[in-house]
Design a protein around this ligand. Structure first.
Ligand SMILES: Nc1nc2c(ncn2[C@@H]2O[C@H](COP(=O)(O)OP(=O)(O)O)[C@@H](O)[C@H]2O)c(=O)[nH]1
Ligand SMILES: [Mg+2]
Length: 448
């Protein structure tokens, strides 16, 4: 997610090899400055960062460790403002009310869905979305589809005004003990007074705990400027950068908090519901310095994976009894963790690999589609015991799945090999073997 920035820091750190080498320090900071500016970090933020890192490193003695420490301190500082919370904050008295605001097309509606999904799946909360964007029928329909996909309650009424529907929804949320209410509002192409007045009206009625400004990361420094405008006119408590996957530079995320004086709270990097990451300063710093973000990954895994199920699963693998049902249920669980790329980028040392994986969509890959078609044509017994699959059954599967018989054989063989491999890796030296495999894959590149 922060490929460009992480590379910039890595290169700079690599330049400092010897202690007490002022020239090397200068070289490192000069290069860092250049690459941060190129990554679209605001020049004031860059200047401030470089000045601190230079003086702090000199003070403590030029050397890699001191350089790293100075960088870490300053990055933490840059990514927080006073009172920056660590993650989503729940009101002491539920429901926590969140107003989502921003320009049209910024990603408000999608992000509202993602945030609802995050709160429901990872925080186990009862979530309601109120559709206060009632101007376009399509807007309500879009939310309806999102909400039915993630099984979140939607309050919408095309006949009502935004403030009426907000009042209705909030009354219901209180009565039915919802934990969180997210309110999706309408945007305009340009900021205009009518929009601001409507928003102020909604704000008055909703009395929100959080006002999240959703900004399109691809608009670069414009995202910062518009956030500033909304902060001045409406008041905001946080910013969410959407479409971060489309911004290869990523520098806006680094400077935004300082520039606007309001913390960046989440980053959206993809069109699917799990593609939302919390923006928590020390975790992001860890990622930027190439150390991954094990904390976030563990948090996600703990929320998504049922420990009992995990244990049963491990035992099956150890016995070599991994079957197609296990496979499908594992895929479902993986999906909740987010894209393969985002998971990889959280594992220390795997950043480079995540980059290679690029935007590979495992779930929609042709391999996965074939396996799904195949499994879809199997009887429950066959899914449980793949060894039942003799030639006659395989012919039936070929017909049912629309794959030719050769294909069926190949997919089945792949599956058998994967199960074997999993069994091997669950053995004593499994982890070591896996690391070796990863190292090989890294060297040779991941086939696409
Ligand atoms: N690639 C990508 N697309 C996004 C992201 N967030 C939103 N979008 C897309 O941006 C478009 C506008 O989003 P929408 O939520 O309708 O914006 P709104 O007008 O602010 O409500 C849609 O096509 C979304 O699928 C993101 O994080 N990554
Ligand atoms: Mg919308």
């Amino acid at each position: 997610m922060f490929d460009t920035l992480t590379d910039s820091f890595k290169n700079a750190i690599g330049k400092i090899r010897f202690t007490d080498d002022d020239k090397a320090l200068k070289k490192a900071t000069t290069e860092l400055k250049k690459s941060l500016l190129k990554a679209d970090v605001h020049h004031k933020v860059v200047k401030d960062l470089i000045a601190f890192v230079e003086s702090e490193t000199k003070k403590t003695g030029v050397g890699k460790d001191n350089f790293l420490r100075a960088l870490q301190i300053k990055l933490n500082d840059i990514l927080s403002v006073e009172g920056t919370p660590k993650g989503f904050v729940f009101a002491s008295k539920p429901p926590t009310v969140v107003l989502m605001i921003g320009l049209q097309g910024a990603g408000k509606t999608t992000t509202t869905g993602k945030l609802a999904y995050f709160l429901k799946e990872l925080k186990k909360k009862k979530v309601m979305i109120i559709a206060a964007d009632l101007q376009r029928l399509a807007a309500v329909e879009q939310l309806r589809q999102i909400c039915s996909g993630i099984e979140v309650e939607l309050v919408a009424d095309e006949e009502a005004t935004p403030t009426q529907i907000v009042k209705q929804g909030l009354a219901r949320a209180e009565k039915e003990l919802y934990d969180v209410v997210l309110i999706d509002t309408a945007g305009r192409l340009a900021i205009d007074d009518a929009l601001m007045d409507e928003l102020l009206e909604i704000k008055k009625v909703a009395n929100p705990d959080e006002l999240f400004y959703v900004a399109d990361a691809m608009t670069g420094q414009d995202a910062v400027r518009t956030a500033q405008t909304f902060k001045d006119k409406i008041g905001i408590t946080g910013v969410i950068l959407s479409k971060f996957d489309g911004d290869s530079r990523g520098g806006v995320a680094l400077g935004l908090t300082q520039q606007v004086g309001v913390p960046l709270r989440f980053i959206g990097a993809g069109e699917k519901m799990p593609d939302l990451e919390q923006f928590i300063a020390d975790r992001i710093v860890s990622r930027l310095m190439g150390a991954g973000d094990v904390e976030s990954l563990a948090e996600k895994a703990a929320a998504v994976i049922d420990p009992k199920e995990a244990k049963r699963f491990t035992q099956k693998i150890k016995k070599g009894q991994f079957n197609f049902n296990d496979f499908l249920s594992q895929m479902e669980q993986m999906k909740k963790l987010g894209s393969m790329k985002s998971v990889m980028s959280m594992i220390p040392g795997m950043g480079a690999m995540a980059k290679q994986i690029g935007d590979m969509d495992l779930e929609n890959s042709s391999e996965m589609k074939q396996i799904k078609a195949l499994v879809g044509s199997m009887t429950p017994k066959e899914r449980e015991k793949p060894e039942l699959l003799n030639n006659m059954r395989k012919r039936r599967l070929a017909q049912g799945s629309g794959l030719d018989p050769m294909h069926v054989n190949r997919v089945l063989k792949q599956f058998k090999n994967a199960a074997k491999m999993a069994k091997k890796m669950s053995g004593k030296n499994g982890m070591k073997q896996m690391q070796e495999m990863m190292a090989q894959a890294k060297g040779g590149g991941i086939p696409r």
